[in-house]
Ligand binder design. Structure first.
Ligand SMILES: [Zn+2]
Length: 597
C-alpha cells in the first residue's frame, strides 16, 4: 500500500556556505531516504528552503554594506547550484522570503493566539549600546547558568543541550563585537509552552520505542528534568515577517518560530506550483502520513519540542484562518532522525577558520557520487565521526572502484564483447547461479528495512557486502575461462551476473544515483531510474524567488530485483568511478585552514 511520506529537511541559513558536516548531518540522509521511499512506491514530498530572515542575515548585510535581501539571494543561489550538482532531489527547495510563507506563518501565529496559547508580556532584552539594537538570543553568548559551560549561546547551551533563557546568561557578551550588552524593557508575544507541556509529553511518549536515544534525551528527558516555560516568539527587528497584530509595529516573528513553519508552507507552495492547491492535505491533514525531520543535533529541541507544540497549539484554527476551511489537526512529526556532528581531520569544523571541506569547492575537483558514498559510509548517526582525506581515498579506491565499479565494468565489457552487445540467453541455471540471485534478491528486503528505519550506514554496508558476494560468484565461475570450451556455460554465468549488477544498481541508487543512472543506460534501459531536477523562478507579490524542484516524470526505478531479458541491447560501457591518486591526500590537507580563495 502506498504511503504519504513527508521528508522535511533542515533549512540552511542564508548567510554561510555549506560544508560536508552540514551535508552528512541532514541534507544527504534526507535525499537517500526520499529516493528509497520513491523507489518503494510511496508518495514522497521532500521540502526545505533557505532561512532568509533573522539577525544573522541582517548582521552580515551590515558588514558588507548590502541589503539583507541581497545577502539572502546570493547564498540561496549557491545552495540551489550545490544541491542540483549533488543530486539532492527536493520536490521543492524554496525560501522563507515568500508571500506564501508569510501568510502561513501569520496564520499559525493567529491560530495559536485564538486557542489561547500566546500571551503578551514586557520583558527585558539584551540591548547593544554600541550597535543601537536589541540583540537576539543567538547573538549573545556567555556562561550557561545550568552547567557552567563557558560558550553557551543565548537560546541554547551546546554543553548540556538545554534551552536557555538568554537573560540569565552569566557574563554575557555580544557575539557581533564582543561588547557587554545591557538589559532594556520591550514588549513581546510568548508561546505558552508550559500550557502545552502535557500534550508534548504525550506526543513524545508515543515515540519512545523508535526514536534515536539522543533525540529523546534532548526532548522528553529535558522536559521531565526542567519543565517547559513560555518563550518569546516576536523580536524587535525589521528584516522578517511582521507580527500580524494591528497597531503593533517594528516587531517581527522570531526566526526560530517562523523558519520551522517552512515545512508546512513549502508543502503548500509545492501544491500550488503543481496546480493542485489542496494536494498538501495528504501529508498534513492525514494522521497516518509519516513525516521525517532530517536535522543536525544542534536543532533537536526546536524540532522535537517546539515545532510539535506549534502544531498542537494551532490545532483546527489553522485551516479556518488560512483558507476559511473546517480545519483538522496538522500532522505531527513521525520521526526526527537527527545526526551528530562530523569533524574534520580530528578537529571541529570551523567555517570562520576555513577548517572545512566546502560542498561546492569539493565538486570543482571530484564527482558527486564519491562524496555521497563517503559521507554515508561515515555518517554520524549514533556518534560524532571524522572526515579524513586518507580514509576518503581508501574508500573511493578500495570500495567504490575496486569492489563495485570494477565488478560492473568487468561483467558489462565481457558481455558486450562476446555477445555482440546484447544480454546473452542463459542455459539452465545451476545451483550457484540460483544462489547468488536469491542472495541479491533478499537484499531488497534487508536493505529496504534498514533504509525505512533511517539506518543508512548499515544499509550501505549491507549493499557493499552483497557486491562482495557478487565478486566471489564471478571469480568462482570464471566466465573468461568457461568461454574457451563451453560458451553456453559462460552465457549462463554472464546472464546471471548481469542480473546481479542490474539489481545491485537499484540497491546502490539511493546512495550513488549518478553512477547507478549511467549503469542503467549501459544495461540498455531507455527510461531513467529517477526523475528530473531543475531550477525554476516563482513569482508573487514580494517579487521573484528561485526554487529547486524535482519531478518524477519518466522515472522507472522500482525497489525490486532485476528481471533483465535475454536479447536486450547493451551500450558500450565505461568505468563508473575514477581511481584517485594518493597525492590528493597531501594536497587536500594543505588547503585546510588557509584563507579561502
Ligand atoms: Zn549548559
Amino acid at each position: 500500500m502506498s504511503e504519504n511520506i513527508l521528508v522535511a529537511v533542515a533549512w540552511p541559513y542564508a548567510n554561510s556556505l555549506i560544508h560536508v558536516g552540514n551535508l552528512t548531518g541532514s541534507y544527504l540522509p534526507a535525499d537517500i531516504f526520499a529516493r528509497y521511499q520513491r523507489l518503494a512506491g510511496n508518495k514522497v514530498i521532500m521540502v526545505s528552503g533557505s532561512d532568509a530572515h533573522g539577525t544573522p542575515v541582517a548582521v552580515q548585510a551590515d558588514a558588507e554594506g548590502a541589503t539583507p535581501l541581497e545577502v539572502y539571494q546570493r547564498y540561496h543561489a549557491g545552495f540551489l547550484e550545490l544541491f542540483l550538482q549533488l543530486g539532492l532531489t527536493y520536490d521543492l527547495f524554496t525560501s522563507t522570503h515568500t508571500q506564501n510563507h508569510f501568510k502561513v506563518s501569520q496564520a499559525i501565529f493567529l491560530a495559536l493566539h485564538k486557542n489561547g496559547y500566546l500571551y503578551r508580556e514586557s520583558q527585558k532584552q539584551w540591548y547593544s549600546p554600541t550597535q543601537n539594537r536589541f540583540l537576539p538570543d543567538r547573538f549573545v553568548e556567555g556562561t550557561c547558568y545550568i552547567c557552567n559551560y563557558p560558550d553557551a549561546r543565548g537560546d541554547q547551551c551546546d554543553g548540556c543541550g538545554s534551552l536557555l533563557d538568554a537573560n540569565h546568561l552569566i557574563n554575557p557578551r555580544s557575539k557581533i563585537d564582543g561588547s557587554t550588552p545591557e538589559l532594556r524593557e520591550t514588549e513581546h508575544f510568548y508561546l505558552d509552552l508550559g500550557k502545552l507541556q502535557p500534550q508534548i509529553v504525550d506526543f513524545l511518549r508515543e515515540r519512545e520505542g523508535y526514536w534515536r536515544p539522543n533525540v529523546l534525551r534532548q526532548s522528553l528527558g529535558q522536559i521531565l528534568a526542567n519543565n517547559l516555560h513560555g518563550r518569546a516568539i516576536t523580536r524587535d527587528l525589521d528584516w522578517g515577517i511582521p507580527a500580524p497584530i494591528e497597531n503593533w509595529t517594528g516587531k517581527c516573528l522570531y526566526v526560530w518560530f517562523e523558519a520551522v513553519i517552512g515545512y508546512l508552507s513549502a508543502a503548500i507552495e509545492w501544491a500550488q506550483i503543481m496546480g493542485d492547491p489542496t494536494s498538501w492535505y495528504d501529508w498534513w491533514y492525514k494522521p497516518q502520513a509519516r513525516s521525517y525531520y532530517f536535522i543536525g543535533k544542534d536543532n533537536i529541541p526546536f524540532h522535537a519540542i517546539i515545532w510539535p507544540a506549534q502544531l498542537v497549539g494551532a490545532g483546527e484554527w489553522f485551516g479556518k484562518i488560512f483558507e476559511n476551511r473546517e480545519g483538522t489537526q496538522l500532522t505531527l512529526p513521525y520521526d526526527v532522525p537527527s545526526n551528530e556532528f562530523m569533524n574534520l581531520e580530528g578537529r571541529k569544523i570551523s567555517g570562520s577558520r576555513n577548517w572545512a571541506v566546502w560542498g561546492q569547492d569539493f565538486l570543482s575537483r571530484y564527482d558527486p557520487d564519491p562524496l555521497r558514498f563517503y559521507l554515508t559510509a561515515n555518517m554520524p548517526e549514533a556518534k560524532d565521526t571524522d572526515w579524513d582525506w586518507e580514509d576518503f581515498l581508501r574508500r573511493n579506491n578500495d570500495e567504490l572502484v575496486a569492489t563495485w565499479g570494477n565488478l560492473a565494468n568487468r561483467v558489462l565489457s565481457f558481455a558486450y564483447r562476446h555477445w555482440q552487445g546484447v544480454v546473452p540467453a542463459p542455459g539452465e541455471l545451476r545451483p550457484a547461479d540460483q544462489e547468488i540471485l536469491t542472495t541479491i534478491e533478499n537484499g531488497f528486503e534487508t536493505v529496504g528495512d534498514q533504509l525505512n528505519r533511517v539506518r543508512l550506514r548499515a544499509a550501505l554496508t549491507e549493499v557493499m557486502r552483497l557486491a562482495t558476494e557478487a565478486n566471489r560468484y564471478i571469480d568462482q565461475a570464471a566466465p573468461w575461462f568457461e568461454i574457451k570450451n563451453d560458451k553456453e556455460a559462460a552465457a549462463t554465468t554472464i546472464y546471471t551476473a548481469l542480473r546481479v549488477i542490474d539489481s545491485l544498481k537499484v540497491l546502490f541508487s539511493p546512495f550513488i544515483p549518478f553512477s547507478s543512472e549511467r549503469l542503467h543506460t549501459y544495461l540498455g534501459y531507455t527510461r531513467p531510474l529517477f526523475g528530473k531536477q531543475f531550477i525554476e523562478t516563482q513569482q508573487d507579490d514580494l517579487g521573484e524567488h528561485t526554487t529547486l524542484r524535482y519531478q518524477p516524470t519518466d522515472a522507472s526505478g522500482r525497489w525490486e530485483a532485476s528481471q533483465l531479458n535475454p536479447g536486450q541491447t547493451l551500450l558500450e560501457p565505461a568505468p563508473l568511478f575514477k581511481k584517485l591518486d594518493e597525492s590528493i591526500v597531501a594536497e587536500e590537507r594543505a588547503r585546510l585552514g588557509k584563507p579561502q580563495q
